[in-house]
Design a protein around this ligand. Sequence first.
Ligand code: 5GP
Length: 143
Amino acid sequence: MSLSAPYDPNNIFARIIRGELPAIKVFEDDEALAFMDIFPQSEGHTLVIPKKIRATNFLDADPAALAILIARVQRVAKGVAKALNPDGIRVAQFNGAPAGQTVFHLHFHIIPIFDGAEVKRHAGEKADMAVLEALAEKIRAAI
Ligand code: 5GP
C-alpha cells in the first residue's frame, strides 16, 4: 500500500470504530478512540485513532483535525504514563507499507518503554487478552 493509496472504509480500525470488530478500549470521545494493540511491542502498547478523519496516513489528514487528534494522543500517553510508570514512552506513527504501516487508517502508537525490558517486533506476537484487559483497566482509570 503506497503513500497515496485511497482510504478503504473497510479497514480494521474503521470496523472497530463502527463496532463491527471488538477492541479493548481505554478512551473514547467524539473525536478519537484509544485501545490496546493486540500485538503489543511492550506492556501497555496503546493505539489512538481518529473517528472523524478518514485518512490513510498522516500526510492525508487536515492539519486542523490533526491538532484535535494530537491532544487526545497526549492525553492517552499521559494516562499510560500515570497508570504504568514506564521509564520512557515512544509515540510512533508509520506512513505507507515500506515504512512499516500495516493498517491503513491514520493512527498513533503509544509504546511504554521499561528499562531492561525487550521492545518486541512491530505487529508480532498476539497478547493474552486477559493481560491486555488488566492493563487497559489501569490505563482507563488514569485517563
Ligand atoms: P501499523 O503497522 O499500521 O503502524 O500499526 C497497526 C497496529 O495495529 C500494529 O501495531 C498491530 O499490532 C495492530 N493491530 C493489527 N490488527 C489489530 C487488531 O485487530 N486489533 C488491535 N487492537 N490491534 C491490531
